[in-house]
Design a protein around this ligand. Structure first.
Ligand code: 5CA
Length: 449
């Protein structure tokens, strides 16, 4: 992408309405624009990051055996009356009437719709286990939408729903999602720590939240510090095998949100040198709730003995539009965002220090073509602007590697690479620059680990 042809409305000043660093940086870097309270447009740079986050979520859901579909945003209230949640959900639900005065709602979650799909088509125990997921917009009329897309009213959710014959089967489904989540957050450059949590309005008695540790997190969390450095299960993990050793290993270490524990219990349970009290951002939440929805909505299958079995269910959420600011909270400095390669809007930014100079333009044009041919996601700052302004924008939008070329370097046959994260600079022959960038980027994509 040539920056001269792109749409990147960066702001010089920090917007006053933003309280936390990720919100400030997303506005300054031209990633989002507020449209109403808790509602945002995703501008091209932000949308590109969001799509990379979504792709990782999809890959890991698919790897674990979940199957993707798509359900509507606007739902009929009838299903919610069947499950008994229509009145219970309260003011967070956006209630709508259509032209025939029928009660509709903008879905805050999809347990009812998926249970309806399941009961329409699935008849036999032979069709289980089944896990169906979608990535779709939700609306929750939050009391206090804040922090940009971190807590918005309209937000994107990946929600998966598992169906099993009994509790033992459902626990296995739960473990598959648990492992998929560990991998998902790791691939985005995050440490996502599973914590025992409160199930809230979704219900059930087994629930884990996944938290990213950050000073601005809304939850107080208590954990065994060893969890923060634990290697996640690798790409060749067998999701059809027994995952309980991995699950038990992770959940044997203390980690809980403030709703589930207190400081005294925590201090008594974890050895002194491993006690970590921190703030956390909830990026995922998984639930096992048995027959809470299948019972009232009559989601049953016929068992091997011909008897009707009410299925056991779980649901599993991830917030992609919250993950983007969470990644920024975890990875930034005074100059701007520092994207992990796997979710960076572009992997490398080519900077022409003297746009308009015939030779530099030609050399940069060649580099731009070669970077693309090498399979790299490239942003080319070809604008006629002072070098200082270009460097400031490059640091602000946080592209992991900058490849810099000007007339002086060109005369000596040398280009410069700047590593955004460390500030390290290397000067190298122009002819080897593309191969060098490729060798830096590829291992950091985390798509084969
Ligand atoms: N049906 C279940 C799981 S599928 C559910 O709704 N779970 S949830 O309420 O915990 O939400 C799942 C995830 O959505 C959260 O972990 C969070 O990452 C994201 N999320 C929830 N509310 C918001 C919000 N207001 N803004 C941004 N993301 C949100």
């Amino acid at each position: 992408m040539r920056l001269s042809r792109y749409f990147l409305p960066v702001l010089k000043e920090s917007p006053k309405e933003a309280e936390i660093v990720s919100h400030k940086l997303m506005l300054r870097a031209g990633m989002i624009k507020q449209q109403a309270a808790g509602s945002y447009s995703w501008l091209p740079l932000g949308y590109k990051v969001l799509n990379k986050v979504i792709k990782i979520v999809e890959e890991e859901q698919n790897r674990s055996g979940a199957v993707q579909l798509l359900m509507p945003t606007v739902q009929s209230a009838d299903l919610w009356k069947e499950s008994g949640r229509y009145d219970a959900y309260g003011k967070e639900m956006l209630r709508i009437k259509d032209r025939h005065e029928r009660d509709m709602l903008y879905g805050p979650t999809n347990e009812e719709v998926i249970t309806d799909i399941f009961r329409t088509y699935v008849r036999s125990y032979k069709d289980l286990p089944l896990n169906l997921y979608h990535i779709q917009w939700k609306f929750r009329d939050e009391v206090r939408p804040r922090f940009g897309t971190m807590r918005s009213r309209e937000f994107l959710m990946k929600d998966a729903y598992s169906f099993d014959l009994d509790e033992a089967g459902a626990k296995k489904a739960f473990q598959r999602m648990f492992v998929a989540y560990l991998r998902t957050f790791y691939r985005m450059g995050l440490t996502g720590i599973p914590m025992r949590a409160d199930a809230g309005p979704i219900g059930g008695d087994l629930s884990y939240e996944f938290h990213v540790l950050a000073e601005t997190g809304e939850s107080q969390v208590f954990l065994d510090a060893d969890l923060a450095t634990k290697p996640v299960p690798p790409i060749d993990t067998d999701f059809s095998g027994d995952l309980s050793p991995i699950f038990d290993d992770w959940t044997s270490l203390f980690a809980a949100t403030e709703e589930m524990t207190d400081e005294k219990t925590f201090r008594a349970a974890v050895s002194h040198n491993r006690q970590l009290m921190a703030r956390g951002i909830e990026v995922g939440h998984i639930f096992y709730f048995g027959t809470k929805y299948s019972e009232p909505m009559k989601a049953t299958v016929t068992g091997a003995d011909g008897k009707e079995i009410t299925v056991h269910m779980g649901s599993y959420g991830i917030g992609p539009t919250r993950l983007v600011p969470a990644i920024i909270e975890a990875s930034h400095d005074d100059n701007g965002i520092i994207w992990p390669v796997s979710v960076a809007p572009f992997e490398v930014e080519l900077i022409n220090l003297k746009a308009g100079d015939k030779d530099t333009d030609a050399a940069c044009g060649t580099l731009y073509d070669e970077l693309q041919t090498a399979g790299l996601d490239v942003l080319f700052d070809d604008r006629d602007q002072p070098a200082g302004a270009k460097f400031a924008t490059a640091d602000l939008i946080g592209i992991p590697y900058q490849l810099i070329l000007g007339p002086r370097g060109l005369k000596d046959g040398q280009a410069e690479i700047k590593h955004r994260k460390t500030g390290e600079r290397e000067t190298l022959p122009i002819a080897s620059a593309v191969a060098r960038i490729k060798s830096l980027v590829e291992p950091e994509r985390r798509d084969t680990v």
